[in-house]
Design a protein around this ligand. Structure first.
Ligand code: MN
Length: 257
């Protein structure tokens, strides 16, 4: 189990995405396998999926769950390599640095820097969690990527957006209209049990409190520029062809309990 102090650090500054993902992260359990048929027995995401080491109090970069070129031609191999090995790795390092600096403050450092390092923690840890989800939310078309969600999630989408096509159109518009770097997410607002589409600026801002992330697309330019340049719309279209709806359904089932 992680230490009390670390957990408190995490909770005060988490985005909703972070809080929901970490809730199931205390105990390492078998990770969900993307693209598999049927319902998985383990949690969709575990502490192991986030590379969380409770002894060190640090995260580690989890391996990409498929080859760099697995999502070709929709997402190119070079983008996947740089995105995972450089960008995601930097968020992991940034989260660990923020945790370390906050621990130093607790041991007598400058408490005036709590705001700075808490903001750093929110940005980088959200980046780590977002990307860990992002890789698992995609699968090659030959292994289940693309298409539509199965009946349970599909019914909820139809209930809350009118039709699957209307959901896709709104989600795509939300993704295209993110100002600068950020994400579009399908989330479950767990108190009312309603699905929403929201935007997230940078890695963490504008995420409604408590919402559970189900499906998110990274629309930072580093996610698509090598292949799509300024054509974010074409990137979103290509990305929908590799969405692993089985994993989205797993997150939905887990969030709906
Ligand atoms: Mn990214």
């Amino acid at each position: 189990m992680q230490g009390t102090l670390n957990r408190r650090d995490l909770l005060v500054s988490f985005t909703a995405a972070g809080a929901s993902a970490i809730a199931g992260a205390a105990v390492a359990q078998p990770a969900f396998s993307p693209g598999t048929a049927g319902k998985p027995s383990g949690p969709c995401l575990s502490g192991a999926a986030l590379g969380w080491n409770p002894d060190k109090g640090q995260y580690a970069l989890p391996p990409l769950p498929y080859a760099f070129n697995a999502l070709e031609p929709h997402i190119d191999a070079k983008t996947m390599e740089v995105h995972h090995d450089k960008h995601h790795a930097a968020y992991v390092a940034g989260a660990n640095k923020a945790l370390l600096e906050l621990s130093r403050i607790r041991e007598g450092g400058d408490a005036g820097l709590v705001k700075h390092w808490t903001r750093e923690l929110s940005f980088h840890l959200s980046g780590h969690i977002n990307h860990t989800l992002f890789w698992k939310l995609m699968a090659p078309p030959s292994k289940g990527g693309g298409g539509q969600p199965s009946s349970g999630l599909l019914s909820a989408i139809e209930r809350d957006f009118g039709a699957f096509e209307k959901f896709v159109a709104q989600f795509k518009a939300a993704a295209i209209q993110v100002e600068g770097g950020g994400w579009a997410w399908l989330v479950l607002e767990p108190i009312s049990g309603r699905l929403l589409i929201v935007q997230q600026e940078k890695q963490q801002d504008m995420f409604p409190t408590g919402c559970r992330p189900l499906l998110g697309i990274d629309v930072w330019e580093h996610a698509y520029y090598l292949k799509y340049q300024n054509q974010r719309s074409a990137y979103v279209d290509g990305w929908f062809k590799v969405v692993d709806w089985t994993f989205v359904q797993c997150l939905f089932d887990e969030s709906s309990r």
